[in-house]
Design a protein around this ligand. Structure first.
Ligand code: AMP
Ligand code: ZN
Length: 436
């Protein structure tokens, strides 16, 4: 078996890359067969042994895996190794009920670090850089994900995590940060706070921003670049596929290389789920080829994108995906946190005082997103003491925060005040515009 260096792997020709993919896929199938869930699923399509997979094309026989499958098998139904081999877990935000959990063994983490190392290198980072990681450290993969790749590359890592803008500026200034990792909306927020916090652009040594975790347009990227006088690179990932460094832009900034030695890409028609040609927009379906503790085959990301036809000027052979142009489901991304309207409904419907109508409004406040939950309440409570209203609001805010991890604004309304649709109720009003 050929062993490639991280550098060689990025420039493999198609044939060598696909041979490596098949080899890795068989290894992952071995792991998947160790779980009752995949044993049954794979058995159903005649795959009882990794060698039953003759070519990469056979991947198409395998049924899709969805977020619901991960939730239904919570907590350990998809764990393919002994629990004592697990060294870390992460969980995805944005699910009702139980989270979707991913497990990593020691080698899984090393392989993921290999990808984050390559991604940082591809966009021009090196050991001279001071890297301030403003993504939240925790169950969310955004923080810890790039952290280890950055250390591997020898960058000076400041694990500042999310929020606390004043401290972010202090660190940026005092430690001469050259690279930051943040959501695009947080970059805009930082800029909007500069004057207020007495920071001038000339106080900073910033050269690059790695931006991801939420949809953003090319115009928004340019805006961030112009405001700060830096380069901004798009970074795509999802916890089910490890986290950041599924796809990353190189210095050419012409789409994100989806690291094909680590993931099999399919772009499928959103209705028929049939394969599309390069260049056509459809749902991205991914198979992780490098994680053995939590194998996930043909995962429906629900993200819409396309493969950019042709090759990249940088010479890397992994194909590139375009920025995400939408989702096939109703998931909202609010300041980088995934929220499903059903999570909000679940909380709202548990409140005995709730009336018949509610609405979810997302809008910009300055540069950040705000989530407003508008709820009609029964007439009895309205005529009661206003203290009861405050208490109800407080209870709702707490319950929503506990469920979706972000603090919403709750507005209570009299019955009949919220708009009523004649047809299907419009529960979500997203006023942010120009996200994709
Ligand atoms: P999570 O599993 O919580 O990390 O969320 C992953 C989801 O965030 C993806 O499926 C996308 O919908 C979204 N996402 C992550 N990175 C990007 C990006 N660069 N552009 C657009 N959406 C993104
Ligand atoms: Zn490139």
């Amino acid at each position: 078996m050929t062993v490639y260096t991280p550098e060689e792997i990025e420039y493999l020709d198609r044939q060598a890359l696909e041979a490596l993919q098949l080899l890795r896929l068989k290894r992952v199938i071995t792991q998947a067969l160790a779980t009752p869930f995949y044993k049954e699923r794979l058995g159903g399509v005649g795959i009882k042994h990794p060698e039953d997979l003759k070519s990469l094309d056979d991947l198409k026989k395998i049924p899709f895996t969805t977020k619901d499958d991960l939730r239904d098998t919570y907590p350990y139904g998809l764990l393919a190794v002994d629990k004592k081999e697990v060294v870390r877990m992460h969980a995805s935000s944005g699910t009702t009920g139980k989270p979707t959990v991913i497990y990593y063994g020691r080698d899984d983490l090393d392989r993921w670090t290999g990808l984050t190392y390559r991604s940082l290198k591809a966009c021009g980072c090196d050991s001279e850089d001071v890297f301030q990681n403003m993504m939240t450290y925790g169950l969310f993969t955004g923080g810890l994900g790039l952290h280890y790749g950055a250390e591997e590359l020898g960058m000076f890592v400041i694990p500042s995590s999310g929020g606390n803008t004043r401290r972010q500026f202090m660190l940026m200034k005092d430690f001469e940060t050259t690279v930051v990792h943040a959501t695009p909306s947080y970059m805009l927020h930082l800029y909007s706070q500069m004057e207020n916090m007495g920071i001038e652009l000339s106080d900073l040594k910033l050269e690059k921003a790695l931006i991801g975790a939420e949809p953003h347009s090319e115009d928004l990227r340019r805006k961030i670049e112009t405001l700060f006088g830096i380069d901004a690179y798009n970074s795509y990932g999802l916890s089910e596929m490890n986290g950041p460094s599924v796809a990353f832009e190189c210095v050419e900034k012409s789409g994100m290389h989806l690291w094909e030695d680590a993931y099999c890409i399919e772009i499928l028609d959103r209705d028929s789920m049939e394969p599309l040609e390069d260049g056509e927009i459809g749902e991205l379906v991914l198979t992780n080829l490098i994680r053995h503790a939590s194998p996930i085959l043909r995962y429906r990301t629900k993200d819409l994108t396309r493969i950019i036809p042709g090759s990249c000027a940088c010479g890397r052979t992994s194909r590139r995906i375009d920025r995400i142009t939408g989702r096939t489901d109703d998931m909202l991304i609010i300041n980088g946190v995934n929220v499903f309207p059903s999570q909000i409904e679940e909380v709202v419907m548990k409140v005995p005082e709730a009336g018949n109508n509610y609405r979810i409004v997302v809008r910009k406040k300055g540069t950040l997103d705000v989530l407003i939950v508008e709820l009609e309440i029964g007439p009895e409570i309205l005529s009661d003491d206003t203290r009861d209203l405050y208490a109800l609001k407080g209870r709702l805010v707490d319950a929503l925060k506990a469920s979706i991890s972000i603090k919403p604004v709750v507005e209570l309304h009299e019955p009949g005040q919220l708009p009523v649709q004649e047809g299907k109720a419009i529960r979500v009003v997203d006023e942010r515009g120009n996200l994709y």
